[in-house]
Design a protein around this ligand. Sequence first.
Ligand SMILES: [Cu+2]
Length: 122
Amino acid sequence: MKHFLFAIISASALGLVASIVAPTTSSAATPQVVTVAASATTLFSPNEITVHVGQPVELRLVGQSGVHGIQSGELGIPNTTITPGNVATVTFTPTKIGTYTVHCTIPCGMDHAKMTLVIKVV
Ligand SMILES: [Cu+2]
């Protein structure tokens, strides 16, 4: 009887440990989801985001008007095209602290040169 009780207590203790450890592990791997709209008139909105070294970022680029593009070799963002009515999702993991200015890669109108997304890695 004593052994039986011990087994039950041990099993619950293990379960408790698992439930404490599991969320910590998954939150470290869970990407930070950031949504940015891309439009011919409001450009990237917001035009500045903050992300964290070592934490994956799931960047959701919502195409509102005009065709736009994004790419950053430094940040590991692949060449991605954003079209109206679609959401382009890119995932990258920043490795170095800094402020990165990413320009729209596709000429999209009068304000194209001003179309930047500032990504602060902290
Ligand atoms: Cu653009």
